[in-house]
Design a protein around this ligand. Structure first.
Ligand code: TPP
Ligand code: MG
Length: 401
C-alpha cells in the first residue's frame, strides 16, 4: 500500500525505491498544509485555554498578570475588529484592496508588545496588528489601501518602517539597519537596541531573505527574523517552500531558530522577548517561526476556496488566538462578562471611527508623491514637481466649456 505522504527514498533503499514516483494522490496529500506544529512547538496557552508551564520561557512573562493579559486580549479583539471593518469597506468600494490579518493577531500582538520603544520594526504588508502595537493610528494604514497614501506614518517616531510589498525585500533593509545598530555600539546591555523583521513563509524562498540572513549572521546583527508561517503564500502551501520546518533553516546560517505557537499570544510575547534579549546582548540574530494560519483570503482579490479545503479552516478555528485567552480569563476568574462586553463595545466604537474616517478621508495634495523620496530634495526632483504641477494647472477651467 502506498503511504499517504510520499517521501524521498533514503540512499540505501535501492534502485527500485529510487525509481518510484509519487502517485497524484500522494502529491496532493503532500501539498496539504498542516495544522500540526509538531513536538518542537513552544506553547504557553493551549487552544483550550490551559496554561502550560515552560521552564525556559515562563520567566519572560512573569509580569503578565490577569490585568496585563486582559490588555493583550483587548489588543487582539480591537485589531481583529478593525481588520473585519476594513475588509467590509473594501467590499463596499471604499478601499482599493485589503490584506486581512485574521488569525494572526497573537503572532502580531505578542511580538509587537515585546518590543521596546527604541527597537526598530520592519513589516511586510499584513502587520496591522504590529502597527497598532507600535502606536500607529490604523487610520494611517487605511490610506495605503484607499490609495491616497504611500504609508503615512512617521516611521522614525514610531520605529516602524513603511510597509513593503516586494516579498522579502524588507529583510535586506532590516539586516542593514541592524548592522548599523551594531556598528554604532548600540548592542551589549539591557538598554541596547534591536530590530525585528516580519515576513511570511513564502518569503523564505526569496533570495533577499537568504542574503539578509547571511549578512546578519556574519555581522552578529541584533535582529529577530520573525517569520509568520500562516501555511500559505497565496495559493502555495508551505510544503512548496521547504522540505524541513522553516525554523530549522536558521541552523544553516549559524544562529538559533525556534518554532512558537503563533496563535498563542503569551508564547509569542515570551519567545520574542527572549529573542530580543539575545540580540541586545550581542547574541543575534535569532529566527522565530510563528506557526499560525491565514484564516481569510490572501487579499480581497483572492478566492481561497479555489485551492484549499474548508475542513482545514475549521480545524484552525479550534486554535483561535483570541478564544483561548478568553477561555483562560473566564475560567480563572480574571475577567467577567462585563469585561468582555466592554471590550466588544470598545472594538465596535474603534471600527466606527475607522469607517467614518475612511469615508471622509481627505485627498492628499497632488505633489505629495514627490515628498519623502529622499531625506532632502534634489534639483531634478524639484523640476519634476514643478512640471507636474504646471501640467495639472493646465486642466483648470478645462471642464467649463
Ligand atoms: C518579489 C515579489 N514576488 C511576487 C510577489 C507577489 N506576491 C505577493 S504576496 C505573495 C505571497 C507571499 O506569501 P508569504 O511570504 O507566505 O506571506 P503572506 O502573504 O502569506 O503573509 C506573492 C508571491 C511580490 N509581491 N513580490
Ligand atoms: Mg504565508
Amino acid at each position: 500500500m502506498p503511504s499517504e505522504h510520499w517521501t524521498h527514498p533514503e540512499p540505501g533503499d535501492g534502485p527500485a525505491a529510487a525509481a518510484a514516483q509519487p502517485t497524484p494522490e500522494q502529491v496532493i496529500a503532500g501539498l496539504r498544509a498542516t495544522s500540526e506544529g509538531g513536538a518542537e512547538l513552544t506553547q504557553l496557552l493551549t487552544p483550550e485555554g490551559e496554561r502550560v508551564a515552560s521552564p525556559q520561557f515562563d520567566r519572560y512573562v512573569d509580569d503578565i498578570d490577569a490585568e496585563a493579559l486582559k490588555g493583550l486580549y483587548r489588543d487582539m479583539v480591537l485589531v481583529r475588529r478593525a481588520d473585519r471593518e476594513a475588509n467590509a469597506m473594501q467590499r463596499q468600494g471604499q478601499l482599493g484592496i485589503w490584506v486581512p490579518l485574521l488569525g494572526q493577531e497573537a503572532a502580531q500582538i505578542g511580538s509587537g508588545r515585546a518590543l521596546e520603544k527604541r527597537d526598530m520594526a520592519f513589516p511586510s504588508y499584513r502587520e496591522h496588528g504590529v502597527a497598532y502595537a507600535r502606536g500607529i493610528d490604523l487610520k494611517e494604514v487605511l490610506g495605503i489601501f484607499r490609495c491616497t497614501d504611500h504609508s503615512g506614518w512617521d516611521y522614525q517616531a514610531h520605529r516602524f518602517h513603511p510597509y513593503t510589498i516586494v516579498i522579502g525585500n524588507q529583510v535586506l533593509n532590516a539586516a542593514g539597519y541592524a548592522m548599523g545598530q551594531k556598528f554604532e555600539g548600540k548592542v551589549g546591555d539591557e538598554d541596547s537596541e534591536a530590530t525585528i523583521c516580519y515576513f511570511g513563509d513564502g518569503a523564505t524562498s526569496q533570495g533577499d531573505v537568504h542574503e539578509g540572513f547571511v549578512w546578519a549572521a556574519v555581522y552578529d546583527a541584533p535582529i529577530v527574523f520573525f517569520c509568520q508561517n500562516n501555511q500559505w503564500a497565496i495559493s502555495e502551501p508551505t510544503e512548496r517552500q521547504s522540505r524541513l520546518p522553516l525554523y530549522q533553516r536558521a541552523r544553516g546560517y549559524g544562529f538559533p531558530g525556534i518554532r512558537v505557537d503563533g496563535n498563542d499570544v503569551l508564547a509569542c510575547l515570551a519567545v520574542s522577548r527572549w529573542a530580543l534579549e539575545e540580540c541586545r546582548h550581542g547574541n543575534g540574530p535569532v529566527l522565530i517561526e510563528a506557526f499560525t494560519y491565514r484564516m481569510d483570503a490572501h487579499t480581497t482579490t483572492d478566492d481561497p476556496t479555489r485551492y484549499r479545503l474548508s475542513d482545514e479552516l475549521e480545524e484552525w478555528k479550534l486554535k483561535d488566538p483570541i478564544e483561548r485567552v478568553r477561555a483562560y480569563l473566564a475560567r480563572g476568574g480574571g475577567a467577567d462578562q462585563a469585561f468582555f462586553d466592554q471590550v466588544q463595545a470598545d472594538s465596535d466604537a474603534f471600527a466606527a471611527e475607522l469607517r467614518d474616517y475612511c469615508f471622509n478621508m481627505p485627498e492628499p495634495p497632488p505633489d505629495r508623491i514627490f515628498s519623502h523620496v529622499y531625506a532632502e530634495s534634489t534639483p531634478l526632483l524639484d523640476a519634476q514637481r514643478e512640471e507636474y504641477l504646471s501640467y495639472l494647472d493646465g486642466f483648470i477651467g478645462a471642464g467649463e466649456h
